[in-house]
Design a protein around this ligand. Structure first.
Ligand code: SAM
Length: 260
């Protein structure tokens, strides 16, 4: 069960520190060489839209399970990869796993305080993380202020309007409802992103690509012992993706700096 009282007082949005099993699942995916659809799509879109050697920073990159997939897909130069994640366990695991590789780096850090991780990077990526943090404003503002950054590619929730969602993470305890123990699933509009970036960036909305049968069969081990966990796992409904009661308009957003 989610233990809301163990979350830091200024980080009620951060359910990740409570979800050790999910953290371990990411490590397992890396160990097993699992190619997530979103990782393959990210590699494909980088290959189709970026040029030259890539110096990537991946916010919410966990133990680096996207790195081999992207490096495998990218054909226009070398790939240097830096995962920045608030989960120290995942960062330690990635550091150990890729210890031999001078092109993979891992740091504990946050997309809410991103500037120091952008200085030597030309490409910022983030998959499946930005809906769950309280704001994307610091990240987009820092990207505009970091001259080295030429591209970004995010898998996030994009709609016609900006919507802040708080999903309560317990079906038995309702203390401090929406104050603690929740997961954000925030949706943003492209005009909002553009307003943060200014006119020197162009934005493209690229479709989320996934195997519908694979998604329909998708489950995580935590569901076996905690039925309520299912409300955090994606499932297809027609051509839409839902998590629990919430429609998740997953979209890839490519940002390209238009000035030299
Ligand atoms: C839903 S997982 C996605 C992991 C991976 N990108 C993927 O798609 O499989 C979100 C990841 O973001 C990390 N995270 C959450 N909030 C973060 C923040 N503010 N800054 C950096 N990482 C964060 C979590 O620890 C977790 O590893």
């Amino acid at each position: 069960m989610f233990d809301a009282m163990n979350t830091r007082d200024d980080e009620h949005w951060n359910y990740f520190t409570q979800d050790r099993q999910y953290s371990d699942l990411l490590k397992q995916r890396l160990n097993d060489g699992v190619k997530m659809d979103s990782a393959s799509t990210m590699g494909r879109y980088l290959n189709e839209n970026a040029t030259g050697d890539l110096a990537i920073v991946d916010f919410g990159g966990g133990p680096g399970h996207y790195y081999p997939v992207i490096a495998d897909r990218y054909e226009h130069g070398s790939v240097d990869y830096h995962s920045v994640d608030i989960d120290a366990d995942n960062i330690a695991f990635g550091t150990c796993h890729f210890g031999h590789n001078a092109h993979a780096r891992f740091s504990v850090g946050s997309a809410l305080d991103p500037a120091e991780f952008l200085v030597d990077r030309n490409c910022v990526i983030s998959a499946n993380t930005l809906p769950h943090i309280p704001t994307i404003e610091p990240l987009l503002t820092a990207i505009t202020a970091a001259p080295s950054v030429r591209f970004f590619l995010f898998r996030m929730l994009i709609g016609e309007e900006c919507v802040q969602i708080k999903k309560h993470l317990s079906d038995t305890s309702f203390e401090d409802l929406f104050e603690r123990g929740y997961q954000h699933n925030n949706i943003y509009s492209l005009p909002y992103l553009q307003s943060l970036l200014g006119e020197t960036w162009s934005l493209d909305r690229l479709p989320d690509l996934y195997d519908i049968d694979r998604l329909a069969g998708h489950s995580v081990p935590m569901q076996a012992t905690d039925h309520f966990y299912s409300n955090r796992v994606s499932r297809p409904v027609g051509d839409m993706i839902f998590k629990g009661d919430i429609y998740m308009p997953w979209t890839f957003v490519l940002g390209t700096r238009t000035t030299e």
